[in-house]
Design a protein around this ligand. Structure first.
Ligand code: ADP
Ligand code: MG
Ligand code: MG
Length: 572
């Protein structure tokens, strides 16, 4: 019902704005009272910090900046100071992360549910239809993903009036900014001086550390952000499960990518973060390929191995392929199909991709649907608590209300990457148009309750300029999930005798240190223990966060799309 909708419009009256400001700035020092000269000094230092720590993106104004690394770099859009956020809601978002990971996995296994829920969308949305064709083909072939890797980001806004933390969406493909997001937290965090002997080397001198006294900020209130380590670890562990030491991790990328440094941070993390017990033996190689290149250079071997050039691919990590523009010709679709048919671990698989669509989000919010996928009642309640109002356009009462009060709704097509939603009076116009056309096209969209988060003043930095504005934030929580069904097969065997032998030859053959030729017993033992305990979930974790802050007058929140800046969280 629409009665739960918040009556406060984010465009709000001045009076409302004032009280909101007062409330939200209380736990942090009063931003209005910071000396403007101090702000300028801090902004300068922040710019230096971003430049020397790789908190950078390609600069639009430099033509080659999206193609050649090291050319045309500019600092990422950032907030100068962290954003206040209530600790209880922060904890809530972290707590539900593994449950959402599990939910996506369960939904992905229900091919019928995915096909059925998206069947009408398929008829009117050519892009979703192509994705679903690949999915159908996999169902027909009985293709099973035995090792499943999810790197998700679930996004929330805190509704100011109801004080409810409501999910905006969950991204199961190409969830961006684990790299740069982690760096912003480093920029903002006041590092503990004890850990660095109070030196003032470039690494220890985080921005706010220098302005501790003036700002009166407490370092412990900015949570550590290990998103990049968590994602790298999950990718590396997936690669390890693939059990081919010569296989590589392939990043699927766009032909031009100005957010490439976020991705490079992830690949550079591998050698440091994975398997310290193996004395960093496994130097996981990553390669970057576009969909067109994969079509050109990719072949499938009879055993399902995907070769790109002459390299076997163990893990495919998509940072492209989520938007229709990523598929300008049949070549890109052939590449997507080829990858899906292969034995490589896909992040995401086609079913994980579909499970993250907005239509599925809306279907999951219907009564009794979560129960189809989760057993634990507490888990179901926790997930449901995060659901905002979500409706299909078949709901005539809601459509009627949305035409009368469009400011309380957002209309969403099945798209990713920001800039696609419909707001305000355009909601009314679009709904009326659809009604006139009596169209099937209804099924391309969902309607969502509009959430109105607290508006607070903040300092936003873009293109070297720092300016103060009223802003609102969206909190994203990264989740990593890795499940290996193949291991479960071994559970039925006894560990004595033959199966033990199979296992040991299977694992030990590939787990030999490249440098010292010692067999890694530690890894072997951990695998064996997992199998003994019948655990096949290797990883299911909340790992890090992304705060994005945008000026309150903007509807959309994309950083790359130019609406928002990267931020961190100041718990209160
Ligand atoms: P995308 O997959 O393109 O990121 P989202 O559903 O996340 O699509 O919407 C994009 C942006 O629009 C969000 O980051 C947020 O700023 C805004 N937005 C989306 N849904 C809502 C909502 N229900 N209420 C308020 N703002 C919303
Ligand atoms: Mg999205
Ligand atoms: Mg989004």
């Amino acid at each position: 019902s629409s009665s739960a909708l918040s009556p406060i419009n984010s465009g709000g009256r001045a009076e409302e704005m004032k009280t909101q400001e007062e409330k939200s700035t209380q736990p942090m020092s009063d931003l209005h009272n910071i000396d403007p000269e101090l702000i300028q000094r801090m902004a300068y230092d922040a710019l230096v910090w971003t430049s020397i720590h790789g908190l950078v993106v390609g600069d639009k104004s430099v033509p080659r900046s999206g193609k050649v690394p090291g050319v045309g770099l500019v600092h990422a859009p950032i907030a100068l100071l962290p954003m206040s956020f209530p600790e209880n809601h922060w904890k809530q978002a972290c707590e539900v992360s593994p449950i959402f990971n599990e939910l996506i996995d369960r939904v992905s296994l229900d091919g019928e549910f995915l096909q059925e829920s998206l069947s009408r969308t398929k008829m009117v949305d050519a892009f979703t239809s192509r994705l679903m064709d690949i999915h159908s083909q996999m169902l027909e072939n009985g293709k099973r993903e035995e090792i499943r890797l999810g790197l998700h980001r679930s996004d929330y806004m805190l509704d100011e009036q109801t004080k409810l933390l409501l999910q905006i969406e969950i991204n199961t493909i190409s969830a961006s900014f684990p790299g740069l997001g982690s760096l912003v937290s480093e920029l903002h965090r006041l590092r503990e001086t004890s850990s660095c002997f109070n030196c003032s080397c470039l690494f220890c001198r985080s921005l706010l550390n220098q302005y501790k006294e003036q700002l009166g900020l407490d370092s412990r209130r900015i949570p550590r952000n290990a998103a990049v380590n968590g994602f790298a670890e999950a990718l590396a562990k997936a690669w390890e499960e693939y059990s081919n030491p010569r296989a590589v991790v392939m990043f699927v990328v766009q032909t031009e990518e100005r957010n490439m440094y976020d991705q490079h941070w992830l690949s550079t993390e591998f050698p440091f973060s994975c398997f310290p017990q193996l004395c960093n033996t496994y130097d996981v190689t990553t390669i970057r390929k576009t969909l067109a290149e994969i079509d050109e250079q990719g072949v499938l071997q009879p055993d399902g191995t995907l070769l790109v050039g002459d390299q076997a691919i163990g893990v495919i990590y998509f940072r492209a392929g989520y938007a229709p523009t990523d598929y300008p010709s049949e070549s890109e679709w052939r590449a997507r199909l080829l990858m899906e048919q292969s034995s490589a671990i896909k992040c995401p698989s086609i079913s994980y991709h579909l499970a993250g669509t907005k239509k599925i989000q809306q279907e999951l919010a219907k009564p009794n649907v979560l129960e189809r996928f989760l057993e634990n009642k507490d888990d179901i309640a926790k997930i449901r608590k995060c659901f905002a109002g979500l409706w299909s356009l078949d709901d005539s009462d809601i459509v009627k209300d949305a035409i009368e009060r469009p400011e309380f709704y957002v209309m969403k097509p099945q798209r990713e990457g920001g800039g696609n939603n419909i707001y305000g009076d355009d909601v009314r116009k679009s709904l009326l148009r659809l009604q006139e056309e009596g169209a099937e096209e209804n099924a391309a969209y969902i309607l969502m309750q509009r959430i109105f988060p607290t508006i607070a003043p903040t300092y936003l930095m873009r293109d070297g300029i720092c300016h103060k504005d009223h802003a609102m934030s969206e909190l994203g929580i990264y989740g990593a999930y890795l499940r290996c069904v193949a291991c479960a097969k071994f559970c039925d065997f006894s560990f004595e005798g033959a199966s033990m032998h199979i296992l040991s030859s299977f694992y030990l053959s590939s787990k030999t240190c490249q440098f010292c030729s010692f067999v890694c017993l530690q890894h072997f033992n951990s695998v064996r223990n997992r199998i003994r305990n019948k655990e096949n979930v290797i990883m299911n974790e909340q790992c890090g966060y992304l705060m994005r802050t945008k000026v309150s007058s903007s509807n959309e929140g994309g950083v790359a799309a130019g609406f928002a800046v990267l931020d961190s969280v100041y718990l209160n």
